[in-house]
Design a binder for this molecule. Structure first.
Ligand SMILES: [Zn+2]
Ligand SMILES: [Zn+2]
Length: 162
């Protein structure tokens, strides 16, 4: 199957290819993602687990237990340069997240939603006309949450209903 999306880490030892477009690409403003990336939010694409192939470059993983679901989240990173390549989830074993910043062309995917906006950092703007979720897209027992869409860009901490 031909690769449609390719990428890699900062040092180039870890490379990946995806055989299909992502299921979706979104920004996560949860406090775990802020800490994990050391920055304001984490932009990630979700893929079916078997749609992404890595080269032989060794990936290491760090295991974190989610404050919310108490399930494990695995952070996959390059041991040479420390780049976070993506995540896998005990709670959703059929999908994996790939870091948007690792694509050779990060603009080949479109950011269509923002989640956990209630913990977004001050100064972070949420764009108009994308789905914004105060928390996750679904409750812990799986019920979908309703997205909020802004008519104009808004600063996260001034968003109503946070
Ligand atoms: Zn690397
Ligand atoms: Zn997150």
């Amino acid at each position: 199957m031909p690769a449609v999306l390719e990428g890699g880490c900062l040092c180039g030892k870890v490379r990946f290819s995806a055989s299909q477009p992502p299921l979706r690409t979104f920004a996560c403003h949860c406090t775990f993602c802020q800490r994990m990336t050391g920055t304001s939010f984490y932009a990630e694409s979700l893929f079916p687990m078997d749609a992404v192939r890595f080269n032989d470059g060794e990936l290491r993983q760090y295991e974190h237990r989610s404050d919310g679901s108490h399930k494990k989240v695995f952070v996959h990173f390059c041991p040479s340069c420390g780049t976070t390549m993506g995540l896998t989830f005990e709670r959703w074993p059929d999908v994996r997240a790939i870091s948007r910043g690792c694509y050779d062309d990060p603009n080949a995917v479109e950011l269509t939603s923002h989640i956990w906006t209630r913990s977004a950092q001050s100064g972070v703007a949420l764009p108009a006309d994308v789905d914004c979720f105060a928390m996750a897209r679904a409750t812990l027992d799986g019920r979908p949450e309703v997205a909020l869409r802004h008519e104009a860009p808004v600063l996260a901490r001034q968003e109503s209903g946070r």
